[in-house]
Design a protein around this ligand. Structure first.
Ligand code: GTP
Ligand code: MG
Length: 197
């Protein structure tokens, strides 16, 4: 089953799989939980390698989600950690993908809930919105906080998000890949946006 989920691994501009399905791209700083989130959404154990480090392998991976949506990951994009020798080339590859991929419908910006939204995440959201892409913010690792702490932080980040972008409160989600919480709402949202005409 797993071999049908990873559709392609792309290292160069172009060469994207020729699919017609709507596409959603995932990005976020290293260690924020992208691979774990992808595995949970795709319903597999370890297709997106939890050990993979941006900067070591710069690739866009294309995953088939239930034959309905293609989900891609953009490791290291927009983050200061991505300071390896081929950084400029990598940015060029991702920019090409972002500008030319017609079926790209939305971007999921992931962030560790304990760190909240920082400068890099805010810049990324602005960049994608300027390009007319639909953006969703997914906070990860909600299980790392007690329910009292989580409520407090939720209120804070939602206030921050409403302040920055009035319309993004409804497209913000709190998840835990470990406890599998919050994922159903994200999946519903993904399907709704990706099937919109
Ligand atoms: P890079 O590929 O290096 O950019 O990291 P990533 O964003 O793909 O993160 P990854 O999924 O590899 O997770 C990083 C670490 O966080 C691992 O040790 C995971 O087990 C842990 N982690 C991810 N999601 C969760 C979660 O929901 N809860 C908890 N408690 N730990 C998590
Ligand atoms: Mg990863």
């Amino acid at each position: 089953m797993n071999e049908n989920i990873l559709l392609a691994t792309v290292f160069e501009k172009g060469g994207y799989p020729k699919t017609t399905l709507p596409e959603a791209a995932v990005c976020g700083r290293s260690n924020c939980g992208k691979s774990s989130f992808l595995n949970s959404v795709l319903g597999v154990k370890n297709i997106a390698r939890v050990s993979s480090k941006p900067g070591k392998t710069a690739s866009i991976n294309f995953y088939n989600y239930a034959d309905k949506i293609v989900i891609t990951d953009l490791p290291g994009y927009g983050y200061a950690q991505a300071t390896w020798a081929t950084r400029d080339k990598w940015k060029e590859v991702i920019d090409h993908y972002l500008f030319s991929r017609e079926q790209l419908k939305m971007i999921l910006v992931l962030a560790d809930v304990r760190r909240g939204m920082q400068k890099e995440e805010i810049e990324l959201v602005n960049l994608f919105r300027e390009q007319g892409l639909k953006v969703s913010i997914i906070f990860t690792k909600a299980d790392k906080l007690s329910s009292t702490e989580l409520s407090k932080i939720k209120a804070q980040v939602l206030a921050q998000i409403s302040n920055l972008w009035q319309d993004m409160r409804e497209t913000t989600f709190f998840t835990s890949s470990l406890k599998k919480t919050g994922l159903d709402l994200v999946k519903k949202h993904l399907q709704r946006i990706c099937t919109e005409k």
